[in-house]
Ligand binder design. Structure first.
Ligand SMILES: Cc1ncc(COP(=O)(O)O)c(C=O)c1O
Length: 240
């Protein structure tokens, strides 16, 4: 938007899964850039390996592919796959984005990375980034985090188990919840989300209300520790 681009959005299906046909159709219009997150924020839905290759196969050489995999660590499961194996076979420019803000818990350090298929594209990015854009402490922490597989596995296992527990709870309250492979759940609170989140906030729970047309009864809640989730569920029960 800053660069004056026209943004064409692809809306999700009614069941909040990604509309793969619409995505393929949009890509066939040969945009300058295709940008999406997988798993997708704010809903948590994801593209299976098959659907991902369908979309990527439809991309023409004129389109730069940018896939944000901020939540990849949480997405483990039969039908999720990183785009890297697909993209590494392409000789046209692509970027995969990863962050240390989510599963690695380093959001405050502002560090992430991009995997770039094309050296020329990498040089272009180098030209526009600010000097020293990732500070030395953040880089040291990121390297330590990457080396600590055990911690990552523990954090992800906890988040996945808690996600399932909170999802079951929300469903038991009769609330529609989108299937999620992120560290959050997107659910229909069946009332004005902005008012609903005020009630949660009064009890110390900060969640994000959705304001887009058609989604203004939806709320996204991040998965926290077991006790934080217990607190959220207790407050939500009260509010309902
Ligand atoms: C899709 C997506 N990408 C990236 C991020 C994280 O961004 P950053 O690395 O700037 O903290 C988020 C966090 O909200 C996100 O939802």
């Amino acid at each position: 938007t800053l660069m004056g681009a026209t943004v064409k959005r692809v809306v999700v299906n009614d069941d909040l899964t990604i509309n793969v046909d619409a995505l393929v159709e949009a890509v066939r219009e040969r945009p300058r850039m295709l940008l999406f997150s997988n798993p997708m924020n704010p809903v948590g839905s994801w593209l299976s390996g098959g659907d991902l290759s369908r979309v990527l196969d439809a991309v023409s050489d004129e389109t730069l592919i940018v896939i944000d995999e901020a939540y990849a660590e949480y997405a483990e499961g039969d039908d999720y796959t990183s785009s890297l194996p697909y993209l590494s076979r392409r000789d046209r420019p692509w970027i995969v984005l990863r962050t240390f803000s989510k599963a690695f818990g380093l959001a405050g350090l502002r560090i992430g990375f991009g995997i770039v298929g094309d050296p020329e594209l990498r040089a272009l990015l180098d030209r526009v980034r600010t000097p020293f854009n990732a500070n030395a402490m953040a880089q040291a922490a990121a390297l330590a985090a990457l080396a600590d597989d055990e911690h990552l596995a523990r954090v992800v296992a906890l988040a996945m188990a808690e996600r399932a527990r909170v999802e079951t709870f929300l469903k038991s309250k009769g609330l529609g919840v989108a299937p999620s492979r992120g560290n959050f759940l997107f659910f229909n609170c069946r009332q004005d989300a902005s008012v609903f989140v005020e009630g949660l906030l009064r009890q110390g729970v900060i969640v994000k209300p959705w304001k887009q047309q058609g989604f203004d009864t939806y709320v996204r809640v991040s998965i926290g520790s077991a006790s934080e989730n217990d607190h959220f569920m207790a407050v939500l029960s009260e509010l309902l």
